[in-house]
Design a protein around this ligand. Structure first.
Ligand SMILES: NC(=O)C1=CN([C@@H]2O[C@H](COP(=O)(O)OP(=O)(O)OC[C@H]3O[C@@H](n4cnc5c(N)ncnc54)[C@H](O)[C@@H]3O)[C@@H](O)[C@H]2O)C=CC1
Ligand SMILES: O=C([O-])CC(=O)C(=O)O
Length: 308
């Protein structure tokens, strides 16, 4: 990929820029923020690590959204994170206004770009970005499932003591308390996790996964998670940039899949050079389907606020 713009040079934006540069996922990273000097200073700081990490990616910072021109991808990490005790939906109004302002500029200056939404509440904001932009659905998606699945895989590895490299986990649904960790598909080197873990241990992992964001926030108090989120964003972009056709869970616009339309939710997707190349529809068990429906209702409640 030639150029990636990240709008929002805060914690997630900065860590994402560093990940993209270190892995030479693109030639150029543009960081944009409303805070004067911050994206410029951050870009320069990361650039100065190039000789040590040995990367040729060029970074620049700006306070002007016009500088996204020519981007193949625009990542939106701008807005506010929630504070301890808040739900992600509590920052909807603030972040929606920020998102609309940015998407309008993407339409003007980078109309060919794909949009990767990170700001919360991510399911609703991905839907809002898709509607506002008028872009094809394969070009507008949100990051949540890769992070939630990584959290689940980490907890499985910690609980069993086995290498995380052997663990495969998948979390679907909305990025909130009703997300759906798919325990049936969680394996350790292909062996279902219930071979190693009791029902109680698995339930504990499911709960901790659902509350993964809140756990970090309750420890740090003033900042939500950013390192694992940035790694998750970078892995989605890597799949697209290198046309890997990687199956990753992501917030996608649904058009009939899982019996849902006019909504964005976390589902398994094939990522390649055109963005979301396919949404994979899994046959769900009765319990999974019920949990997925419940999660969809939560997302719909926020979508109703948006439509007002
Ligand atoms: N989808 C996911 O799984 C995750 C989502 N998030 C979300 O990502 C967002 C960013 O989180 P952090 O980086 O920790 O927050 P942060 O507060 O460190 O950074 C946000 C940045 O956005 C900038 N900003 C605000 N309005 C802007 C505008 N109109 N144009 C350009 N920049 C603007 C701020 O100046 C700030 O630098 C939050 O909404 C957070 O909830 C965070 C982690 C995971
Ligand atoms: O918890 C938050 O607000 C940030 C986030 O989405 C996550 O870390 O999963």
């Amino acid at each position: 990929m030639k150029k990636i713009t990240i709008v929002g040079a805060g914690r997630v934006g900065e860590s994402t820029a560093h990940n993209l540069a270190k892995h030479e996922t693109c030639r150029e990273v543009m960081l944009i923020d409303i805070k004067e000097g911050v994206p410029q200073g951050t870009a320069l700081d990361i650039q100065e690590s190039a000789p040590i990490y040995d990367f040729d990616t060029r970074l620049a910072g700006s306070n002007d959204l016009k500088d996204m021109a020519g981007s193949n991808m625009v990542v939106i990490t701008a807005g506010v994170p929630r504070k301890p005790g808040m739900s992600r939906s509590d920052v909807l109004d603030t972040n929606l206004a920020v998102l609309y302002g940015i998407v309008d500029e993407v339409k003007k200056h980078a109309p060919q770009a794909m949009l990767l939404i990170v700001s919360n509440p991510v399911d609703v904001l991905t839907y809002a970005a898709w509607k506002r932009s008028g872009f094809e659905r394969r070009h507008v998606f949100g990051m949540a499932g890769v992070l939630d699945s990584a959290r689940m895989a980490s907890f499985v590895a910690l609980e069993t003591g086995f290498s995380v490299k052997d663990v495969s986990a998948m979390v679907l649904g909305g990025h909130g308390d009703t997300m759906v960790p798919m325990t049936r598909f969680a394996t350790i080197n292909g062996i279902p996790i219930d071979h190693f873990l009791s029902k109680e241990q698995i339930e504990k992992i499911v709960k901790r996964t659902r509350e993964g964001g809140a756990e970090i926030l309750s420890l740090r108090k003033t900042a939500s998670a950013y390192d694992a989120p940035a790694a998750a964003i970078a892995s989605m972009i890597d799949a697209i940039s290198r046309n890997r056709r990687h199956i990753l869970p992501a917030v996608a616009v649904l058009e009939g899949e899982y019996g849902l339309t006019d909504i964005c939710m976390g589902v398994p997707c094939v990522f390649g050079e055109h963005g979301i190349e396919k949404v994979i529809e899994l046959p769900l068990s009765a319990q999974e389907a019920a949990e997925f429906r419940k999660s969809a209702e939560t997302v719909r409640a926020d979508l109703a606020k948006l439509k007002k």
